[in-house]
Design a protein around this ligand. Sequence first.
Ligand SMILES: NC(=O)c1ccc[n+]([C@@H]2O[C@H](COP(=O)([O-])OP(=O)(O)OC[C@H]3O[C@@H](n4cnc5c(N)ncnc54)[C@H](O)[C@@H]3O)[C@@H](O)[C@H]2O)c1
Length: 246
Amino acid sequence: MIRFEGKVAIVTGGGSGIGAATARRLASEGAAVVVADVDLGHAEAVAREIVAARRKAIAAAADVSKEADVVALVDRATCAFGALDVMVNNAGIGGVQGDIDEVPLEVWQQVIGVNLTGVFLGLKHAVRAMKAGGRKGAIVNVASILGHVGFAHAAAYTASKHGVIGLTQAAALELGPLGIRVVTVDPAFIRTPMIAGMEDGVIPLHPIGRLGMPEEVAAFIAFLASDEATFLTGASYLVDGGYVAR
Ligand SMILES: NC(=O)c1ccc[n+]([C@@H]2O[C@H](COP(=O)([O-])OP(=O)(O)OC[C@H]3O[C@@H](n4cnc5c(N)ncnc54)[C@H](O)[C@@H]3O)[C@@H](O)[C@H]2O)c1
């Protein structure tokens, strides 16, 4: 399938896990991809791999919780490739922060800063670029099953992901008339570095009997970002092996 020929995409958190798989998938279908990550070395490794496969990618350092970084990131994409069609706001940090009455304010603020404010900033500046370029666009925000249900000892993470779903709904209402679609993808536990050490404990929570793989999420993100999904906006899509059906 070549659904992204001539399209330009940014993937935040593209240096690892779901973001890396998404960058590879979009590039394999023809997109020019900006692999963005706070860890530039990891972003560069993914971009190099894509280029070695004769596809288009560049790496960019960006901390999504910092507005100046996100502005520079979007500028980098439009300067390098001429436009922006797809924004995947994927960067995120985990998970377990301990008893709710013990969570330090700094931890709460850090998780909200990356997982929610980071998505807001990516959305804001992607929309500016899409409007300026006069292109219809697709924005895919990576939320979580924890945007739908709770998880003990993960208050900040759970709140941040519920926030991403609300933000997506508000943005979709505003941007629909402009032809810019905004959706979320909501994975259950996916085998990435984010959940290292938790795997065995969480497998039984998935009726399908295993963890998800980053490529399974990336395939769905690519569908949502493509012109096969032109009637989809404002909604959230579980990729969860049945987790929320329990
Ligand atoms: N793995 C899971 O089980 C799971 C489940 C549901 C949702 N998610 C979500 O999927 C997304 C990707 O997670 P993953 O599992 O691939 O994790 P991961 O840890 O493998 O990758 C996350 C990437 O984001 C980058 N990153 C972290 N903070 C950043 C920042 N401030 N700015 C830019 N980049 C930053 C990291 O350097 C890393 O490369 C996250 O939003 C996460 O919350 C993951």
